[in-house]
Design a protein around this ligand. Structure first.
Ligand SMILES: C[S@@+](CC[C@H](N)C(=O)[O-])C[C@H]1O[C@@H](n2cnc3c(N)ncnc32)[C@H](O)[C@@H]1O
Length: 412
């Protein structure tokens, strides 16, 4: 793939004259570089696209809204709740969390300290019986960790999945019998075991009485999240309900790192100061050579080889390695540990990882949502979360479905 655009191509893409682009080059707004092979002056495609997106964003009149008011009080049972990204998002949408299950003690403390009234069920999901919620909960949600199944026959049944966390998710759905259930996972589930794992999950939900809506991977950047994170959503509708579920519609406006860390549309203030991890000196020495939006390829060749080690010869873009995020782009997906090897997401101006509160902002957690445990534990909880704003939009889609369901069946 060509990473560079000529002056003419850049001018056409962005709808500005070549003169303007030359002036921008002088002003440092969009700098040209020398194409490594031909030595012509060219523009980095990604930089031009981001600039184009910025212009485009300024002229966008957002006409989309997923907002919908709940016509009844709807309750959620949230499994694998972590630090509450999805739960807070659904709460913002107007759903009420009746109980949350989570095994990690620090994540449970996070949930309790922020929402003393939530019923946090701490422990292994396998040890809990949820039949007390039978027909009392409107939606069961959960980001079950993905595990392989062992396949005996052609079609996987619930019993075959025993021992996996998806089995537990399905068991709870079956015990609780909600009108709708939502699983969330990583995009990789689509290709896990060549798609067999996902097919197995769909056939298990079918067996327990739920029809799965065609699976979609939602891009967080389309839902007011300044991060290129993706989440696979698995929606099951109880088979006696003849209603369509609609995924939340994507917004046109894309938010960038600046929107996460500075006062603006997403937050009323600049990001509060907080503790954060540090890079070792050897990494600082390398990363300080990388410009905003740059990555390992922007380093001198000898340092590239030294930094990348064996990976240098493996090919592929690996654009997430030694990456410094730019203010005017969405952040790359945050991981559970900000200083981990080969997934550096360096602050745009300072040579350091994002602090805990910056991490939380990029995941759209509100500033008053506290995280418990050591700094490493806090990063892990944040990195594991569904971005709150994405959770809120999924929440609206659930409310829309439940409003229709209850207006048809009037069981309340
Ligand atoms: C991807 S995270 C969920 C993130 C959460 N949905 C959020 O938005 O913040 C998965 C969670 O499942 C929890 N978990 C893993 N095994 C579990 C088990 N056996 N019982 C209960 N929770 C478990 C992990 O501790 C982790 O917090």
């Amino acid at each position: 793939m060509n990473e560079y655009l000529t002056l003419a191509e850049a001018s056409e893409l962005i709808g500005k004259s070549k003169e303007t682009l030359r002036r921008w080059d002088k002003e440092g707004k969009l700098s040209a570089v020398r194409e490594p092979m031909s030595n012509y002056r060219v523009y980095r495609k990604q930089e031009v696209e981001t600039l184009f997106a910025t212009f485009y964003a300024k002229t966008i009149q957002e006409s989309i809204s997923n907002y919908v008011e709940p016509e009844n009080e709807y309750s959620v049972l949230e499994l694998f709740a972590g630090a509450g990204g999805l739960a807070v998002g659904m709460e913002k949408a107007g759903l009420k969390c009746v109980a949350l299950n989570e095994i990690d003690k620090w994540a449970c403390q996070t949930l309790r300290i922020n929402r003393p009234k939530w019923d946090v069920l701490e422990g292994d999901i396998k040890d809990f019986d949820f039949s007390e919620y039978h027909n009392k909960v409107d939606v069961v949600t959960g980001g079950f960790p993905c595990q392989a199944f062992s396949y005996a026959g052609k079609k996987l049944g619930l019993a075959d999945a025993r021992g996996t966390l998806f089995y537990e998710f399905a068991r709870v759905v079956s015990e609780v019998n909600p009108p709708i259930c939502i699983g969330e996972n990583v995009r990789g589930l689509l290709s896990h075991e060549n798609g067999k794992t996902l097919q197995g999950m769909i056939s298990i939900l079918d067996e327990i009485g739920y029809k799965v809506v065609p699976v979609q991977v939602l891009k967080a950047i389309n839902y007011k999240v300044p991060q290129k994170r993706e989440r696979l959503i698995l929606v099951g509708i109880r088979k006696d309900i003849d209603l369509e579920y609609e995924y939340p519609k994507p917004y046109k406006k894309i938010y960038n790192l600046v929107d996460a860390l500075k006062k603006g549309d997403l937050f009323d203030t600049d990001v509060p100061k907080s503790e954060g991890a540090k890079y070792p000196k050897s990494k600082i020495d390398v990363l300080k050579l990388v410009p905003q939006k740059g990555y390992w390829r922007d380093l001198p060749l000898d340092i590239q080889k030294q930094f990348m080690g064996g990976s240098f010869f493996l090919g592929g873009g690996k654009t997430g390695i030694a990456r410094r995020i730019g203010w005017d782009e969405p952040c790359l997906t945050l991981t559970c540990s900000p200083a981990q090897k080969q997934t550096e997401r360096c602050h745009p101006e300072e040579t350091r990882p994002f602090t805990v509160r910056e991490y939380a902002r990029i995941q759209t957690f509100p500033d008053d949502w506290k995280f418990e445990g050591s700094i490493a534990q806090q990063y892990k909880q944040i990195g594991n979360a569904v971005p709150v704003n994405l959770g809120r939009e999924v929440g609206y889609s659930i409310i829309k479905f439940l409003n229709q369901y209850y207006s048809l069946s009037k069981p309340k």
